[in-house]
Write a protein that binds this ligand. Structure first.
Ligand code: NAD
Ligand code: TYD
Length: 341
């Protein structure tokens, strides 16, 4: 009987950038896993990110809100054994304009999800967090799992809060959760409000690219597939209650990255426009991920220059995907598939 021996995995936020790449990887690497993609389809959720898998019998879509207990209880009631939790508001600039949705989805949503998961006897729960919870570094040093939490934006504060709630559920209830904290991701299907897809799509149109401040802020870039293989390793091999840092070992200033994009697309440097800095802009993130390497045998494998080149090529080859977001057409994709929104 089909499905009888399936391991049921709920992925929250599977219509977003990293979640959709993760689902694609799991269906490929784990032939006995059935995935339930639980997503609210906020502005960042796009069913078209999984268009190629629409007919896959091991993938089900469940439209729901992690902050709504009824929705979550419904999704978990039928023998789900694991949850990988991506669903969140994810853009720092939006959190500066309005932190409300970040508190609701990232903090309350995680708490509601954990409470339901506990009563449904979930065996493994991976909480996907970010290196931004550690705050900002100077010119030297790295974040380890022992670095104190010191979030600086409403986004990172909401993620740090969710990390602490997860920690308390492990400690208080013996809940089987693990947390990952990863650096900046790049790759296919990233929403074009984030630096790399925004700049590629502007440059394609010969439009300027807005570099915040002096462009000397440093981010550690990791290819989304390396992040996903790290989460996969934590789900399968991680120790309950532990935090695992994941990083790409590819620190670049925003200006270095911008130049690399201009060169890839053969556009003039005159398209750089320096704009007012982001308030509270973290200077530098850098990750020590030796714990995950030693314990899980995971390593980031994509060489940044190669990954960036492939990513640029992907966005050029998938101009329709970006265009449907720029025009807002992507918002009706669900309606076309399911008849209502
Ligand atoms: P994203 O914004 O592309 O996608 C978020 C997804 O979550 C969307 O599909 C959205 O519809 C869904 N969602 C939002 N609120 C929801 C709710 N209340 N209920 C159900 N679904 C909801 O985000 P992303 O870049 O893919 O990031 C995924 C996760 O990884 C986030 O938790 C983020 O904090 C974390 N993370 C991201 C990065 C990065 O570089 N993008 C790095 C480290 C960690
Ligand atoms: P972003 O992709 O928003 O990720 P995060 O802030 O979570 O690291 O931004 C990456 C870096 O690029 C960050 O230092 C802010 C900067 N940035 C710009 O200079 N211009 C832009 O238009 C955007 C979106 C970001």
């Amino acid at each position: 009987h089909k499905g009888l021996f399936m391991d049921k995995l709920v992925v929250t936020g599977g219509c977003g950038f990293i979640g959709s790449n993760f689902i694609r990887m799991i269906l490929e690497k784990e032939p006995t896993v059935e995935v339930i993609n639980f997503d609210l389809l906020t502005y960042a959720g796009n069913l078209a990110n999984l268009k190629d898998l629409e007919k896959n019998p091991r993938l089900k879509f469940f439209k729901g809100d992690i902050a709504n207990k009824l929705d979550v209880d419904n999704a978990l009631k039928d023998g789900v054994s694991s949850i990988v939790h991506f669903a969140a508001e994810s853009h720092v600039d939006r959190s500066i304009l309005d932190s409300g949705p970040f508190i609701r989805s990232n903090i309350v949503g995680t708490q509601v999800l954990l409470d339901s998961a506990r009563t449904h006897n979930i065996k493994r729960f991976v909480h996907v967090s970010t290196d931004e919870v550690y705050g900002s570094l100077g010119d030297t040093g790295f974040f380890t799992e022992e670095t104190p939490l010191a979030p600086n934006s409403p986004y990172s504060a909401s993620k740090a809060s969710s990390d602490l709630i997860v920690r308390s559920y492990v400690h208080t209830f013996g809940f089987p959760a693990m947390t990952t904290r990863c650096s900046n991701n790049y790759g296919p299907y990233q929403f074009p409000e984030k630096l790399i897809p925004l700049f590629i799509s502007n440059l394609q149109r010969n439009e300027q690219v807005p570099v915040y401040g002096d462009g000397l802020n440093v981010r550690d870039w990791i290819h989304v597939n390396d992040h996903c293989s790290g989460i996969h390793a934590v789900w399968r091999k991680g120790r309950v209650g532990e935090v695992y840092n994941l990083g790409g070992k590819s620190e670049r200033t925003n200006l270095e990255l911008t130049h690399a994009l201009l060169n890839n697309l053969q556009k003039p440097h005159s398209l750089i426009r320096y704009v007012k800095d982001r308030p509270g802009h973290d200077k530098r993130y850098a990750i020590d991920c030796s714990k995950a390497e030693k314990e899980l045998g995971w390593v980031p494998t994509v060489v940044f220059e190669e990954g960036l080149k492939q990513t640029v090529e992907w966005y050029l080859a998938n101009a329709d995907w970006i265009n449907s977001i720029r025009t807002g057409d992507y918002l009706s994709y669900y309606q076309k598939q399911y008849g209502h929104r």
